[in-house]
Design a protein. Structure first.
Length: 162
């Protein structure tokens, strides 16, 4: 959870991921991952500028990725592109002097309290995560793109970071 003088973001990397933001414990907001690296850089820069003006500490929770997507080993070329994007996100945050905390998907999902994916299909599991995010944030329009980031943001700071 955010401290009163903190800007917290949660990032679900990847083309179908998203970013969730909370300023000083206020209601969060979220959007899908930007289409281009330049758009991502500009969004992080704008958040950093606002935080600097308000003298806020900047903390980013980033889902720690590996060679598997939804428990299935992905092709090398796809993982290279995914890893390249993940590295870019980390680099932009580092360049803007954010404190970055990496969180394994299993860690934040355990804190959410829905159990494990088990035998559910990827679609079924994503629907459960989206429904839980919508339950937690009823005033927001929760989509698959932002659900994971919102849930990661919601459980950040209570044991999910590594």
């Amino acid at each position: 959870m955010s401290t009163p003088l903190q800007l917290t973001i949660a990032v679900d990397p990847g083309a179908t991921g998203g970013i969730a933001v909370r300023f000083c414990g206020q209601e969060p907001y979220a959007w899908p991952m930007p289409d281009t690296d330049g758009d991502l850089r500009d969004e992080i820069e704008a958040l950093t500028e606002r935080a600097d003006k308000e003298k806020l500490k900047c903390v980013a929770y980033v889902e720690k990725v590996g060679g598997y997507v939804a428990g299935v080993r992905a092709p090398g070329s796809a993982m290279f592109r995914f890893g390249e994007g993940y590295g870019y996100i980390r680099g932009v945050l580092d360049a803007h002097r954010w404190e970055v905390r990496l969180v394994r998907p299993q860690a934040w999902q355990k804190l959410v309290g829905l159990g494990t994916k088990g035998k559910a299909t990827r679609t079924e599991w994503k629907a459960r995560l989206r429904a839980e995010a919508q339950r937690r944030f009823p005033r927001l329009k929760v989509t698959n793109a932002v659900a994971d980031a919102l849930l990661l943001l919601d459980v950040s700071g209570i044991g999910g970071g590594e």
